[in-house]
Design a binder for this molecule. Structure first.
Ligand SMILES: *Cc1c(COP(=O)(O)O)cnc(C)c1O
Length: 384
């Protein structure tokens, strides 16, 4: 089946006697047991819930995986993945990652759990190879990365990781399974902040892990139950509902993004544009090998922090807001918000960077909003 069909045509209510066309929300903590021996498919929602199961199965299918696991947030999903690591083990991570991920690895794993992380440029395979130590157990990357949209070759990194017997995980929040399916390239674990494109409406937090390997799946299932970080039934339902329009939304957001990029190219205030399918992106070929589009996030570099902040402060239609992937366009300066936790040198180098998440509004309205602001800022700063 084509993905467009899979998004709306799936088993929405297995075993439901009324054959509802939308997944029932099993808003219950407990289930009546079949016998004193407790032999029932479901007993307790922390351990399993039918609504969450529908989401887990659906997202596994969309990512071409066997098992899906849903968590309260994207960070809870990533933290659950790190639960397979033991003190003394080592992680190799991309050097341009979501700030919350960096915070988890540096301020929780390193400081409290004895797990060290090397942050490396995953676009440079020699650097990846050189980072391995005998105790390296996990490689974690984003491609495209957030916010600089660096592209890593998933197939090659998975091969290097497997030579060293490490698990390779890719955070696919930027692309979503509509555009990229990392398991197809030999990756072991796909991560999602479902808060972003999968739900798509800025109305729910959630995180997902998708895997093929039975033994990794078993460990994650154990951690999800033991640590109690699974997603609640109503939130699972919201994400399921959002996912049905994933393809329509991303296709529209991408189309808008390309129109906006054409406008941005004409603007003197914009020194650089970061978007994975631009012909001058250094790794555009690798991106097009592993993804079918560029998504809806566009980052721009302005001359200085002042200009970046001024633009962000003066937009009207774009919402000044963290996160991305919503149907409403948003704007932020990552170093002041989503990426506060990255180290200071890197922050200083990105303080003139704006991240735009493009929504489904009419692109002419979005461009008009930016154009009004750019004119105003140019005038105030005496910028020709
Ligand atoms: C937002 C985000 C996360 C964290 O997800 P939450 O749902 O906010 O916990 C992880 N990775 C990436 C790439 C993100 O953008």
């Amino acid at each position: 089946m084509n993905k467009a069909t899979e998004l709306v045509n799936f088993e929405q209510c297995p075993g439901d006697p009324f054959k509802a066309n939308s997944t029932p929300i099993y808003q219950t903590a407990t289930f009546e047991l079949n016998s004193a021996l407790g032999e029932s498919k479901y007993d307790y929602t922390r351990s399993g819930n039918p609504t969450r199961d529908v989401l887990q199965n659906q997202v596994a299918k969309l990512e071409n995986g066997k098992y899906g696991f849903a968590f309260a947030t994207g960070m809870a999903a990533i933290n659950a993945l790190t639960g397979i690591l033991k003190p003394g083990e080592h992680v190799i991570a991309g050097d341009d990652l979501y700030g919350g991920t960096v915070r988890l690895f540096t301020q929780r794993l390193r400081e409290y759990r004895g797990i060290s992380t090397s942050f490396v440029d995953v676009t440079n395979l020699e650097e990846v190879e050189a980072a391995f130590r005998p105790n390296s157990k996990l490689v974690l990357l984003e491609t495209p990365s957030n916010p600089l949209q660096k592209i890593a070759d998933m197939e090659k990194i998975a091969a290097i990781g497997h030579l060293h017997k490490a698990i390779v995980a890719v955070d696919n929040s930027f692309m979503s399974p509509w555009r990229q399916q990392p398991l197809d390239f030999g990756v072991d674990v796909v991560i999602h902040s479902a808060t972003k494109y999968l739900s798509g409406h800025s109305d729910v937090s959630g995180g997902l892990l998708i895997v093929n390997d039975d033994s990794i799946a078993k460990q994650i299932a154990f951690i999800q139950n033991a640590e109690g970080s699974a997603l609640a039934p109503f939130d699972a339902w919201l994400i399921l509902r959002g996912m049905k329009t994933l393809g329509l939304r991303i296709s529209a957001q991408e189309k808008n993004a390309l129109h906006i990029i054409e406008y941005l190219k004409t603007q003197k205030l914009v020194e650089d544009i970061y978007y994975p399918t631009l012909t001058n992106h250094p790794n555009v070929k690798i991106h097009l090998k592993q993804a079918s589009g560029g998504g809806g996030v566009v980052c721009i570099r302005t001359s200085n922090a002042d200009i970046a902040n001024d633009i962000t402060n003066n937009v009207k239609l774009f919402k000044r807001s963290v996160s991305f992937g919503s149907i409403c366009s948003s704007i932020n300066v990552p170093v002041n918000t989503s990426h506060l936790a990255i180290d200071k040198n890197k922050r200083d180098n990105m303080n003139n960077l704006i991240r735009l998440s493009i929504g489904i509004e009419d692109h002419n309205d979005l461009i008009a909003d930016l154009d009004t602001v750019f004119k105003k800022v140019r005038k105030e700063k005496n910028y020709a």
